[in-house]
Design a protein around this ligand. Structure first.
Ligand code: ADP
Ligand code: MG
Length: 467
């Protein structure tokens, strides 16, 4: 089995960029196998997470192909010695995996019971950024334009205008990518800036470890005094974790009052973060809240082309288009589908053309979300309020049509997750910001228990569910 693994690894070296290969696959060491189960050793548990989401399919597919066995599985075994062995060759920030792994002398190591004090001054601060996620390879479209602009402004003058910057968007839509891109951009302009990328989950774990090991002083020193830009990913993780939230609140205040940039990402809109302390939520709103929507077709096409270029996959335009139309849910899935397709075409030695893509994706056609469509919702709203479709799609601002229009937009977002700009088109050519603010307005009325809005939304939803 080991030779199949080695041979798969050789294939992967040829397929991936050198940087990706060296960062993610080269550190994996063979640990043995039983039956169809490969035991692979990795320097750190965060490698496993990363590899699982990005390379596991590829690994499994290759090893299955090499060994001729269908039932191949992988277990990961953390072996910290591997990190030590590889260290001298590592370039500081280019090879640091996300949400994890800092050089052993780095700050989080200081929080581990056995290690020494904080990293020596003068040493480059280990920012913990993912080398892949930069502005240069972020595709901008109407769905993420605002978040992109705010991120790049925050990166060019950290701590100034967009502070804190709150990036909000659904799963797999590019929050982590943007947050990392900010870090890279700041470092390009200010190589000595002390940047800290941390997921809220990791922050929580470090906080708990610091409490247990009586290292709170170090923990606080790191987050409150040692850092110029704090990039906190997936803040929704703190919801309901009162003690960590409290700690973060003080971290936030300390950084904010010394004009340090804070960037926070979340898959929940600030006011909708249940169990998030109110004073924290209100602080998030001091700065800028920018959201990322599901990308429109054109943006998806551009993203899939960009990824193909990056991964050196020869992707014809019609296939790019087909993929973008087929995989609409999120960018991560789009990327994964592209990579799987490329591997498959290579293994089967068939050209990656439209016929091949259609065949390969047969059966994974997009789930039809439901039978409801934008039309259905518009019709139901018109019926309920007894207004005409032309009024619903008009620009009239009278309350009798404006409110139903906003409710229809809200229901479309909620039930179909159609992008704002697409909805703008479907509602008689409105700007995506108009749709966005309409949806927000209804959301806040619902949150505020506005009886009239609640009753209409519920009644219309009920109609839609019955039909
Ligand atoms: P999130 O953190 O919102 O769940 P990620 O930032 O992890 O999403 O994005 C998922 C994947 O999609 C990443 O590989 C990222 O590079 C890619 N991606 C998302 N949006 C874009 C974009 N606009 N341009 C290029 N790649 C993108
Ligand atoms: Mg993320």
């Amino acid at each position: 089995m080991q030779e199949h693994w080695q041979s798969a690894l050789t294939d992967m070296r040829g397929r991936l960029s050198e940087e990706n290969f060296e960062t993610w696959l080269a550190p994996i060491a063979w640990g043995g196998s039983e039956g169809g189960k490969l035991r692979l050793r990795i320097p750190n548990k965060f490698y496993a997470d990363w590899i699982r989401t990005h390379y596991l399919d590829l690994i499994l597919e290759l090893v299955r192909h090499k060994s001729g066995l269908r039932d191949i599985d992988v277990t990961w075994e953390v072996d910290e010695r591997l990190a030590q062995e590889r260290k001298p060759a590592d370039k500081p920030r280019e090879s640091t995996p996300p949400g994890a792994l800092r050089p052993a002398s780095g700050p989080s190591a200081a929080l581990r019971p056995s290690s020494g004090t904080l990293g020596p001054h003068g040493q480059r601060f280990p920012a913990n950024l993912n080398p892949k996620y930069r502005f240069e390879n972020y595709v901008v479209g109407p769905s993420n334009q605002l978040a992109h602009a705010a991120s790049s402004a925050a990166a060019s003058s950290p701590g100034a205008r967009y502070n804190p910057l709150f990036i909000y968007g659904g799963v797999g839509l590019g929050k982590t990518h943007l947050v990392n891109a900010i870090g890279h951009r700041v470092l390009e302009d200010r190589p000595n800036a002390r940047i800290l990328y941390v997921s809220a989950e990791r922050f929580t774990n470090e906080f708990i470890a610091a409490l247990q090991n009586h290292k709170m002083d170090e923990f606080r020193d790191l987050y409150r005094n040692q850092c110029d830009v704090l990039l906190m990913d997936d803040i929704q993780f703190l919801a309901g974790r009162d003690q960590t939230m409290e700690e973060f609140f003080h971290t936030f205040n300390a950084l904010y009052h010394s004009d340090k940039q804070i960037v926070v990402s979340s898959d929940v809109y600030p006011q909708q973060m249940k169990e998030m302390e109110e004073r924290l939520v209100s602080r998030f709103q001091w700065g800028m809240v920018a959201d990322i929507q599901a990308p429109e077709l054109d943006t998806r096409v551009a993203i899939v082309k960009k990824k193909a270029e990056q991964e050196r996959i020869d992707l014809p335009d019609d296939v790019a288009h087909f993929l973008a139309e087929t995989v609409q849910s999120n960018v991560r899935e789009l990327e994964g589908t592209l990579l799987r397709l490329a591997v498959k075409s290579e293994l089967l030695k068939q050209p990656l053309d439209l016929a091949f893509a259609r065949e390969a994706l047969r059966g994974s056609q997009p789930r039809r979300e439901s039978m409801t469509s934008v039309d259905d919702i518009q019709r139901a709203v018109c019926e309920y309020f007894n207004i005409r479709m032309t009024d619903l799609k008009s620009h009239r601002r009278h309350r009798s049509v404006a409110q139903p229009r906003m409710i229809a937009m809200y229901l479309c977002r909620q039930r179909l997750n159609t992008s704002y700009s697409e909805l703008g088109d479907r509602f008689g050519g409105k700007d995506h910001t108009t749709v966005m603010s309409a949806v927000r307005k209804i959301e806040s009325r619902i949150l505020g228990q506005d009886a009239e809005v609640l009753a209409s939304v519920q009644a219309i939803a009920h109609r839609l569910d019955r039909s």
